[in-house]
Design a protein. Sequence first.
Length: 280
Amino acid sequence: MPALESWLITPLWDQFRALLPQRPAYHPNHPLGCHRPRVPDRVIFDKLVQALVFGCGYRKLADAACSATTIRDRRDEWIELGLFARLELLILAAYDRMVGLDLGELAIDGCITKAPCGGQHAGRSPVDRGKQGRKRSVVTEARGIPLGAVHAGAKHPRFAAAWTHLGHLGAAGSPAHPAHGAPGPRLRQRQDPQVAHRTWHDRPDRRARQPAPVQASRRWPVERTNAWGNQFKKLAWNTERCDPVIDAFVAFAHAVITLRRLIRYAWTLYRWDTRPQRRP
């Protein structure tokens, strides 16, 4: 079965291909003038998409087209060039241009995922019998479009992750853009000029105490976004150990989520040749 639908992976690859540097099929300085050709970038891109969606190891993805070492080397090369972060920003800018980001209210929430191999920013999980885990805190706009994410250990205080988010919001965190979430009382007690001018509303989840619909609180868009992120098995069961690789996969997943929402909203506003027959 395909990792992503054709109407989704085709524009994703077209945008990613525009970011790739131009490279010849053969190295021009080879002494014999020819050697084994370079594995096409599209093959590596499809393998990384499969790793993101299915969460399988690189050795399981290796075949006659490319080896696991080639996948890792090309992945590290693209991470050094910052292609995944640039892809996320470009798709986010396209969404803002075609649909529009609703920055009237921001929401921040975190989720604890598994990290069986440990690594950087991994710690004992309080909800998984002390096994290795990682907390991913995401900030979204009012409709649930992810704007950024930070990682911490599973027992990392929740207010610290929200504090990091607020420090990187920039113009989006102005007084006219309040934020919602569950930062805890210590966040509001800290005196810092970065967040002193921002309006913060603590909205804890009380659904377990009283019956209410899912949309009763303004936290549900970010909770839904975290659920979307956990559908990518590489994020829910993260076997990577280095922060740059983890950040790259998170940015890749957010780019897919934003592009899927962009196509869904644009389906009723625009017409194009590869437009899906049904609204995704």
